[in-house]
Design a protein around this ligand. Sequence first.
Ligand code: ADP
Ligand code: MG
Length: 398
Amino acid sequence: MAKKTIKDINVKGKKVLIRVDFNVPLKNGEISDENRIVEALPTIKYVLSQGGRAIVFSHLGRVKDEADKAKNSLEIVAKRLSEHLNQKVVFVPVTRGKALEDAINALKNGEVLMFENTRFEDIDGNKESKNNPELGQYWASLGDVFVNDAFGTAHRAAASNVGIAANIKETVAGFLLEKEINFIGGTLENPQRPFVAILGGAKVSDKIEVIKNLLKIADTVLIGGGMAFTFFKAQGLEIGKSLLEADKVDLAKELLELAKGKIILGDDVITGKAFDPETEKNVRSIYAIPSDELGLDIGPRTIAEFESYIAKAKTVVWNGPLGVFEFAKFAEGTRSIAQAIVEVKNQATTIIGGGDSAAAVIQFGLAEGFTHISTGGGASLEYLEGKVLPGIECVDNK
Ligand code: ADP
Ligand code: MG
């Protein structure tokens, strides 16, 4: 279903509520990575350039008591936003009340205001996180239109997304949310084929629904990483000390049956004697994994086999590293597959969903070579599972 975006509405002279994801990492009270601020700029700048009055808000961290409040104020983020916009950002250190209302009413066209961390409302009964109806209604009353641009929280119904949308005339997607809807939503709805899905990461249990959903849609599902070993076990192979989820072996058998040959696991792995960056590495056939070793990466024959599928793909969706890429010795599988995907960029739509997979690609310096790297960890996972995300659902249809 096509969703309305800020391009579909007129914001001139309007009080525009903009829900962004400014949940930036903080170290010793400083912003250690400002990417989320930078990513939100196009939407905010667009609203300002159109003569809208921008009321920007976000959650930051978890807020359970007064001490959390002190640690998670958005004031420094407002300051950084002001530097990026090269204009004043009025920061209001509360989440409701007369001071906030007065400041909003004093805004002129093209001006920006930010109010305090939406999760300050969680101290009193999780009002924000549990989508308290009164809170959503209150925030909605502060604006004329609502722009949701926070994909990272789209999988949770909060007062600051769904709650506002339920109480305001118009809700539209910002540019970031629009990108996620087009690339993840659009690709899953209507993929160019062949569609190759690549799944890795630590645990099968984290990815069951993703595997099931992608088995329905993709032509081939390549599986590596720690989760592959539960599948090898399901095929009756000995996996030594590799990561195993014993209670998921039956499920892995079922998935293999359901897949009717669509799941490709490869046939060699790189092992070590310990989960240690310095451990000696060996290439092993999956039919001969020594009992005192554990698999930490996919092997060279598996890389080549995976590459042959990727080379023909028109769509690639990747979630989960193929090995323990945090250890340089065991990063080769993940790096090679990332490189293979970059090489098909001109013929294929290539998408990464998943926090660690995105981190791996950024670490390799290959991020530019992908069509889309999703910004939401949990949200992109649930989107890949085929779930309806409340933060997207609440946006008006075209
Ligand atoms: P994502 O965040 O991209 O969804 P996950 O969180 O599912 O990915 O998994 C990432 C983790 O999986 C990484 O920290 C990586 O070290 C780990 N991993 C990958 N392969 C293995 C393996 N063979 N054994 C143990 N852990 C692995
Ligand atoms: Mg992860």
